[in-house]
Design a binder for this molecule. Structure first.
Ligand code: A3P
Ligand code: MG
Ligand code: MG
Length: 394
C-alpha cells in the first residue's frame, strides 16, 4: 500500500479523508494463480411486483419459450413501463439476508448470527461483475461504497448525481436499444411454463414490458477463503424451477456479426455475459442476434462454463483466472483497509472505492459530508437501512 502522494489526493473528491490506499492494476499477461470459486447455491428467491414491492414469492419468475423467427423487438415500445433510474440500494438484498438469518435462528438459537459472521461479503451481482471484469475494462470507471460490519463487507455502487442524470437523460436511440433487450425477454418468456396466446398481441409475445418487475435469486458461494452472499436478477427458468440453479437461463441480445471486428467485439462482451451468469450459477445463456433496426435474426445458446474455452487464443482473449485472482486480491485489500477494530461502532464508516481503467483502485474513508451525501437524509447508517443495522447489532 502506498499512501498520501499529492497526485492521489487529487483523485479523491472533497468527500474523502486521507490517507488514500492504492491497489495497482493487474497484469493481464502474466499467468494467474488458480483461485477456487465454489459453485453458487441458492439461499432464496424473491420478486418485485409491478408496484416495486418486494415479496418472498416467485410471482415474477418467467419460463423460457423459444421466440418466433424474425420477431420485431420494437413491438410494445410505446407501452414500456420503465422503472426510473435511481441509486441502486442494497436494501432488497438485505431483506433476503435478514430472512435467511431468521430462518436459521428458528432452527437453532444463535445459528443465524454465526452464519452471518462467517459471511465475508454481501453485494448485488452487478457490483461483483464490475470487480471481476476490471482487469479487462479499458473504458468505464466505477465507484463504490463499502462498509464493514463485524467482519462482513457490504458493497454498493456509488453513482454521482451527475452520472444518474446522464442515465435518466438517455438519448432516444439508446433508450430504444435498451428496450430491445427487454423486448427479447418478452418474446422469449411466458409467465407459465407453456406458451400462452395473449389477446390483442401477436403470437409469441409474453406480455408488455414493465421493468419494475424482477425475479431475483440470492446465492451463497466462496471466492478463495471468503464466503460471499450475492443477489441478482435472473431472466427465466427452463420448464420448471425446483430451487436449484440448473434450470436457470440468462437472455441476451447482441448485434448480428458481420465480420472479424464484430466477432472480436462480441467475444469481449462474452466476458461480461460469463461473469454475470457464473456468479449466480446460471448454466445457460441464450443470445438473440438482432439487426440494427431491431429484428431478431438468429439464436445461439451458450453453456456458461464453456465460454472461456471459446475465447481462448483469440485476438480478444480473456482469462477468467486473471479475474478471480484480481478479485481475491481486491477483497483481501478491502478487508485490510476497511477492517479497523478501533472503529467507533455507533458511527458509520464508509469507504469510497474508485476504479480507474488502466490505473487501479483507490480507497479512502468518507468524511462527514460524504457520509451525509450517501445517507441522503434517509433512515440509514451509512448506506445500510437503519432497521438492518439495528437487527444485526441487536
Ligand atoms: P441485453 O443485455 O440483451 O442488451 P440483462 O441482460 O442483465 O438481463 O438486462 C436486460 C436488458 O436491460 C439488457 O438487454 C439491456 O437492454 C438493458 N440494460 C441492462 N443494463 C443496461 C445498462 N447499463 N444501460 C442500458 N440498458 C441496460
Ligand atoms: Mg435480466
Ligand atoms: Mg438478460
Amino acid at each position: 500500500l502506498h499512501e498520501n502522494g499529492a497526485k492521489q489526493r487529487e483523485i479523491a473528491n472533497n468527500y474523502t479523508e486521507h490517507p488514500i490506499h492504492k491497489l495497482s492494476y493487474p497484469s493481464t499477461s502474466s499467468p494467474a494463480r488458480t483461485v477456487p470459486f465454489q459453485q453458487p447455491s441458492p439461499l432464496l428467491t424473491f420478486s418485485y411486483t409491478p408496484a416495486r414491492e418486494l415479496e418472498f414469492t416467485d410471482s415474477a419468475l418467467r419460463y423460457y419459450i423459444p421466440p418466433p423467427n424474425g420477431a420485431d423487438l420494437r413491438y410494445g415500445y410505446e407501452r414500456w413501463v420503465k422503472r426510473p433510474e435511481e441509486k441502486v440500494r442494497v436494501d432488497g438484498l438485505l431483506r433476503a439476508v435478514a430472512k435467511v438469518r431468521e430462518r436459521m435462528e428458528r432452527s437453532e438459537a444463535g445459528s443465524g448470527r454465526r452464519w452471518l459472521e462467517g459471511v465475508g461479503l454481501v453485494s448485488w451481482r452487478g457490483v461483483m461483475t464490475k470487480i471481476l471484469t476490471a482487469p479487462y475494462e479499458e473504458r468505464d470507471g466505477w465507484e463504490m461504497n463499502v462498509m464493514d460490519i463485524d467482519g462482513t463487507l457490504y458493497l454498493e455502487e456509488h453513482l454521482s448525481d451527475a452520472k444518474l442524470r446522464d442515465k435518466e437523460d438517455m438519448a432516444p436511440h439508446h433508450r430504444l436499444q435498451s428496450y430491445y433487450g427487454y423486448s427479447f425477454e418478452a418474446w422469449s418468456t411466458s409467465s407459465r411454463p407453456v406458451r400462452e396466446r395473449l389477446a390483442g398481441h401477436p403470437e409469441g409475445w409474453g406480455g408488455d414490458v414493465d421493468t419494475n418487475v424482477q425475479w431475483c435469486c440470492v446465492v451463497k458461494t466462496k471466492l478463495g477463503d471468503t464466503r460471499l452472499v450475492i443477489g441478482g436478477e435472473v431472466d427465466c427458468a427452463r420448464e420448471r424451477f425446483t430451487g436449484r440453479t440448473d434450470d436457470l437461463v440468462e437472455l441476451k441480445t447482441s448485434m448480428v456479426i458481420r465480420g472479424a471486428q464484430d466477432e472480436a467485439r462480441f467475444e469481449k462482451k462474452l466476458l461480461k455475459f460469463y461473469f454475470q451468469s457464473f456468479l449466480l450459477g446460471v448454466p445457460q445463456i441464450i443470445v438473440g442476434f438482432r439487426t440494427p433496426a431491431g429484428q431478431l435474426s438468429t439464436l445461439q445458446s451458450f453453456k456458461t462454463m464453456q465460454i472461456p474455452r471459446l475465447v481462448r487464443g483469440k485476438r480478444s482473449a480473456w482469462d477468467p483466472m486473471v479475474c478471480f485472482d484480481w478479485a481475491q486480491n481486491f477483497v483481501a485489500f478491502l478487508k485490510s483497509v476497511a477492517n479497523n477494530p478501533a472503529a467507533n461502532a455507533s458511527k458509520a464508516r464508509i469507504w469510497r472505492v474508485i476504479f480507474k481503467p488502466k490505473d487501479g483502485i483507490s480507497v479512502s474513508l468518507l468524511n462527514d459530508a460524504g457520509v451525509r451525501e450517501v445517507e441522503a437524509g434517509e433512515e440509514r447508517v451509512g448506506f445500510l437501512p437503519r432497521w438492518y443495522f439495528d437487527e444485526m447489532s441487536g
